[in-house]
Write a protein that binds this ligand. Sequence first.
Ligand code: IDP
Ligand code: MG
Length: 153
Amino acid sequence: MERTLVILKPDCVQRRLIGRVIQRFEDKGFTISGMKLMRIPRDLAEKHYAVHRDKPFYAGLLKHVTSGPVVLLVLQGSRCIEVVRTLMGQTFGYEASPGTIRGDLGLSRTLNLVHGSDSAESASAEISLYFADDELQDQETAGTEWIQKDDEV
Ligand code: IDP
Ligand code: MG
């Protein structure tokens, strides 16, 4: 089963949007297989965002994601990496489409509420950055087969 890492960033936590954002992922049909509240230490954030090290927004991004507690989620379900990105919307709140998390709930570039892994490789690297294997549950939630059933057969 495919898995992805989602972070509800400090702005999401501060704005008390945790429940509403998680609800969207549950409503879509994903199962939560890992969840924790923590403040990301600087060294972990540097590893996570290493690919953006040379970007002009890197310093601000690191400052934001380490500024307060975040909720870390591992979601599992059919095509979850791609579908979670679709639910999140475009990177900047002011460009993201209505109906998406970022499009409905924000206007900022850096404070854009959520992170979601962008590929299978980054999903597995990011999950192991924040979760030990025994912190993840394998059990599917009830009804999963009806939510994800493929219509190819
Ligand atoms: P993504 O989160 O949609 O995958 P990335 O390009 O990977 O977007 O950028 C990582 C994070 O860095 C974004 O979610 C956002 O918080 C921040 N960011 C990206 N580009 C900018 C920018 O041009 N200005 C300010 N912050 C940015
Ligand atoms: Mg990204």
